[in-house]
Structure formats: C-alpha cells, structure tokens
Design a binder for this molecule. Sequence first.
Ligand code: F58
Length: 839
Amino acid sequence: MSDNRSSLLEASQGPADTESFDSDAVRRAIFDKLFFVRASYPRLATNTDYYMALVHCVRDMVLRRWVSTAAAYTETQVRTVAYLSAEYLMGPHLGNNLLNLGIYDEVRNVIDDMGLDFDALLAEESEPGLGNGGLGRLAACFVDSLATLEIPALAYGIRYEFGIFEQHIVDGWQVERTDKWLRFGNPWEIARPEWAVDIKLGGWTEHYTDELGRRRVRWVPERLVQGVPHDTPILGYRRNTANTLRLWRADAPKSFDFSVFNRGDYYGAVAQKVASENLSKVLYPNDEQEQGKELRLQQQYFFVSCSLQDMLRILETQGIPVDRFHEKFAVQLNDTHPAIGVAELMRLLVDKFFMTWEDAWEITRKTFAYTNHTLLPEALEQWPVDLFRRVLPRHLEIIFEINKRFLDELRVRYIADDSKVNEMSLINESGERYVRMAHLACVGSHAINGVAELHTRLLREQVIPGFAQLWPERLSSKTNGVTPRRWIALANPRLAELMTEALGDGWLRDLDQLRGLEAFAEDAAFRDRWRAVKQANKHDMMTRMRRHSAGLVDPLSVFDVLVKRIHEYKRQHLSILFVIAQYLRMKNGLADDLPPRTVIYGGKAAPGYHFAKLIIKLINSVGEVVNNDPQTRDRLRVVFMPNFNVTIGQQLYPAADLSEQISLAGKEASGTGNMKFQMNGALTIGTMDGANIEIREEVGAQNFFDFGLTSAAVQRRREEGYRPRDFYENDAELAAVIHLIESGLFAHGDASLFKPFVDQLLDYDPYFLLADFRSYCDTQRHVGETYQDTERWVRMSILNSARSGKFSSDRTIAEYCREIWDVQPLSVDLFVDHESLMQ
Ligand code: F58
C-alpha cells in the first residue's frame, strides 16, 4: 500500500474514542490531501487549500461511519423516518463533524502545531444557507438529534444552488446579494446520478379502461425533469450512526432532451435544460406572496415526488412489498411545503401500482404525519385551483376525489351543517378557488402537531378547530428543541468546559443533567467563573463588532440581543421604541442609575417586505444618532449585525446577557432562538408567547422578565376595538418617542421617511406595540436594575442554563419517535476495514 493510502486509512480508523487519536497520522493525511486533492504543497497552499485538505480527512472518517450505517440499515430493513422539508439551515459542517467525532481539540492542536490558524480554516467554509429561519434550522437540529439518538432516518430536501441571500447594509438599508455557497465546490456531498428519478410536470390526464376492464388514469405530461440526489452524511455525536441528508438537484432528463435534439432543435433542447435546472435554482425567501408562484409549487412537487420515488426504490431493493410502505417509512411533513406528498403517494399507489383507492388511502394515512409551524392566517399555503391544474393536473383530480369522500363523511356526521363542510373542505370556495394545503396535510395524516403548548392550543381552537374536533386524538404538541452540540459545545466552548468540569461529560447527550448546575448557583467561586466565561465571550464579540459598527462597544455593558427574521409580528420596532425612550431620558438627565447597554440586532427581511426593510433602516438610523451623541454614547449603543446566519448566531448567543423574545402573544408558534440564548445563560425578556411560556415555567417566574398582553387579552382587546391612539394620548413618554421619530431627527431632517411607520402605529398598530409599550419599558428598566446586582444576575443566569434541559432537540425527537413515528434506535457497528464490506 502506498504511503498516501496507508496514512489516510490510519487516520480514518482513528477516533470516536479520542485515545486512539494519532496526531502524526492526521498530519500526514492532511499533507496527502493537500497534494492529491488540491494539487498543492505547503509553500503554495492557501487557507482554502488547507481547509479542503482537512475536510477530506474528516470526510474519510465520517464516510466509514456512513457506509457502516447504510449497510446496517440495509441488512436489518429497519423502520425509517423520512423527514420531508423544503429547507435545511445546516450551518458549517467542519466544526460540527470534528465535535461529533470527538476529535475537535485534538485536530485543533494538530493544526496549531502546523503553524496554521484553525479558526481561519473553519471560517473558510461558506455555510449552506438552505433555509429562511426557524423552520429550516429546526430541521437541521432534528437531523442532528436523529443521528445522535441512533434513529434510522433519511432527510429529504432541495439542493438550492442559491440559498438565502447575503444581507449587506448600505446607508442603513438592507441590500441583497446572491449567495454563492457552491462557488468553491461542496466537499461534504456525494452526487448519486445512478439514483436519479424523472418527474412529470403539466400536461393532461387520460381516463381509459385497461385490458382487464379496470378504470385507469394516465398522466400525459407536458415536460419531464430529472432529480439527481446529492447526499451529505449527518453524523451523530460520538456515535457510529451517520444518517443521510438527501437533497435533490433538478436537471434535464436525458431521454427528453434527446427527443428534442433528434428533431434538430438543439437550442430548444438547451432551453429545456435551462428551464429544468431552474427548479432547484433558488430558495424562496419567506413572507413573499407565493400564491402566484408556479415555480414554487413545481419545486415542492419536484422534491416530494423524487423522495417518494426514492423510498419506493429502497423498498424494492430490500424486497419489501409496496403495500407495506407505511411499515417501512414514517414520513414527516415539515409544514405544508411537502403536503403534496399525500396526493403524490396516492397517485403512485393507484396509477402505478394499481392499488384500490381504499387500500392506497389507508397506506397513505398511516404513512404521513404533519407539523404545523404558523398561526398567521396569511402564511397558510393555498394554491389557486387553475394554477394547480396547469402544473399537476392528475393531483388536482386526486385532491378532488379525496375531498369528495371526506366531505361525504362530514355530511353524515354534521347533518345539515354546511358551514362545517365549507370550513373544512380542501378547496376554499369563498371567491377564486384555492387548494388549502394545510387541510390536505390534515386529512392525509395520522398525526398532526404544533410546536409548543400554546401554539397547539391555538391551532386546536382557532386554526383547524374542525379537524381537532373530528380527530382529537390525532393532534398533539411537540415543543421544539435545539441541539446542544452546535448551540453549546461548538458555539460556547468555554461554557461547555465549565459545565463538563462541574458535571462530567454526560450532559451533552442528556441535557437534563444540567440541573446539576443549580447547586453551583450558590457557590461564589463558581459564579465568578461563570461570569468570566460570559465576559470573555462578550469580549470576543466586541472585537468582531468593531469591524461592523462605528466605535467601541463596552463589554461591561448589558448585551441586549434581538436576532431573528425581521417581521412586524416579532416587533423589533417595539425594542427600538424603548431605545429611543432611553435616549430621551438620558438627554433629559433621567437615566443615570441604569447600567450601560449595547442593543444588538440582527436578521434578514424578505426582499419584497417593505415595512420590514424600513424597520432595519430605522434601527440603523437610531444607532447613528445614539452612537454619535457624546452625551449618550457611553451608556447606550445600537448595533445592527449584518447578514445574521448560523455562523453569526454561534458567536452571538454565547455573548448575550439578555435575550429579547417580544413577539405579540399568539403570533410566534414557538421560537427556537429563545432556547439557544437560555442554554447559554442569557436571561429572557419576553411575552407569553410560543415556547417562552414553557421557558418561564422551567426557569421560574422570578428568573424570567415577562411583560405584555397575553394572547387571550390581545383577543379581547381586538374584539372590544383597539385604539392605539389612546395609548399615545395617555402616555407622555410614548408620545415623546413618536414625536422624535416624526421630527425627522433619525432621517437627517426628512420627516417623510418614517411617516408610514408612525401612521401605522397611531392608526392601526396591528401588532399592539402601543398597548405593550409601557409594560415593556418598565420591564426593561427592571432588567437594568437587576443587572446592577451582579451576584443575583449571575445566579439567575446559571439557573437559566441549568433548567434548559427540556429544550434539547433530543427530547423533542424522542417524543416524535415514541408518539408519532413508532421507530426504535439501531446501534451501528463500525466496519474494521473495507474488506468486510466485500463479503
Ligand atoms: C417558524 N416558522 C416559526 N417559517 O415562526 C417559529 O415560531 C418556530 O419556532 C419555527 O418555525 C420552528 O417550528 C418558519 O420559520 C418559515 O420560515 C417559512 C418558510 C417557507 C415560507 C413561509 C415561511
């Protein structure tokens, strides 16, 4: 065996247990990769070269586990979770894989010893931003937990060529630039063209009777597109399990473009190819009106059909008959984006496998489960019937048939109650006709869940009351969680080390063990160390922020952080109203007793969401005034961190003292950033919304700063008739804040810039900012006072982390496994060498 191959093999056989880590073998392997993969050598090599060399070494180690896992799954024919999600916001892989292999520190040392900058190599990875925000990041946390819990799972999605846009701030405004995450290639993925599948689109259907006298339907498509799977291994934490994230890239089908080509239409064939590739070209930013977006529906159908056909292929490979589909696969619909899967599986079973409708329907229902992520009525997906027919003519027929049978059941149950039928129909017939995707997901699933307790209750009472009454046993709550591997161990190594020193290293796999920290909250020496960790993290953050924002931020100030997508319901503008109020107080000599504060914002606005973009502009404009005023700049700073993403989140959560979770109660389904802050020892100022309620329940009311109207109170106010102007007229401080914005101070004298903003607040205020303003300001001041008492604050901080065990995605996934999927873990034996694969 050549030197190259032997050193690679040595290195790849190492870890999982750190004792067998061989630094020399890893170093040699890195040099080998530099040579054989990058065609480079140390004198020429750039950081990109070294990053790639290191990735290929790590990849070899992961591959061994991946192939072993695939073999174990194939041999045992295990029941498997198929997670269908249009988005995965994975964040960079390298650090996470090193952590999960258990060799993070060891490899860091090897790189240091080579005279290279480890952090700089990690920073070379452009993160795959294949998601908008919470929903996509939840999917990423879930796949981490599935692998760590050794659950056989396949995660299916779309390999967007352009992920979420890059946000730049120019003159205070958001400017979007396309994300080119694939520019330098993606070393983590392996394409599997041999498993490509064809997808039909458009055209018409033909009904006929076959030779056996059975009624059949043939779908004659207008065009075909090919889906090519691109697989990325997802390694469990210190496990041999490496599951697969299978993302589909759209391409032209070979047979199809040949047929055009043969007719001599070469350019037509090329045009077809380009049109096909468009399907996986770009991730749709949320909050855009998507109803008319044909490409979006095509994208959804594309990845869902590819995935279901892939499952059928696996079934065939394993010799499992198709009528046992639901025994092999538990398919989870991450929101309604993959809900077309219900109609697609029916089509495949009935039209392709000639099953009876009744049998196919039973299998379909037993296969799917659906997670809802939103309470906003405008975010519930609906597709115009005409558009639907144009793209998926056969599926529309199937949906009509499902609906006909479903409504007949309802008519029997609710005799003479047409309102029930209209309310629950899969077709919205109130004006132009729409297909309601949430209803399709509900009827086609055996389980439906919300993502927090309050969210599930509101779903039951307000969003799908009919379904909740009809099938109460199907609806349950599965409170979200986040992975402590990425969000504590990787993001906050200092804190992780302190936790491990206090508790041993079991907490990272069993986050409830953090409860053990409660005892340390009373230990003054431990509190000092806890505080020192936070200070060091803040210091790091300060250094980074210096690059983005004018002037120096004081690491002794309260780091008050609000990072998430920019949306009116999330109320970033409520926070900025408080900043302005504080500014005014300082100018008037009224705020001397409060500690200095650095308010840090981050988040992207959908490109077409003008009001959200105006909020970003306002934040930056207020920052410009406050940060440059010598009277206030030492006590109040406003920073907008551009391009908030997973990487920046990993830096910010550990540095936060205060986490702002201030959505209008009843609007945020769960929130997951709230959990990341809590784990990292930030205290929360929050409304009684989403999972905030459960966080407060866990940490205790005295360790949580709650404020604002409850969802019930909001509803009452709305029914009584809400008049925001009343608050403006009765609160002098609020009025002064509004007047200052109106004056044009934050717009270099241009009083028109923020006029839409002020007008909306005074006359309409759909998100009740003015109603919650007083309570928010008072609570923020209470936060300031509490922070002055350092010992008390640190104690509260420790208790917050100690009580975050519930919010590990391991707990969430264990609940899904038990209560929805009925799947068991399978532990994977590692192949000793490649030879054993050949037998
Ligand atoms: C989020 N939804 C919820 N949707 O807003 C948040 O409360 C929850 O914690 C999270 O899901 C996880 O359950 C969300 O992020 C989207 O981004 C959609 C993407 C596709 C277009 C419509 C919005």
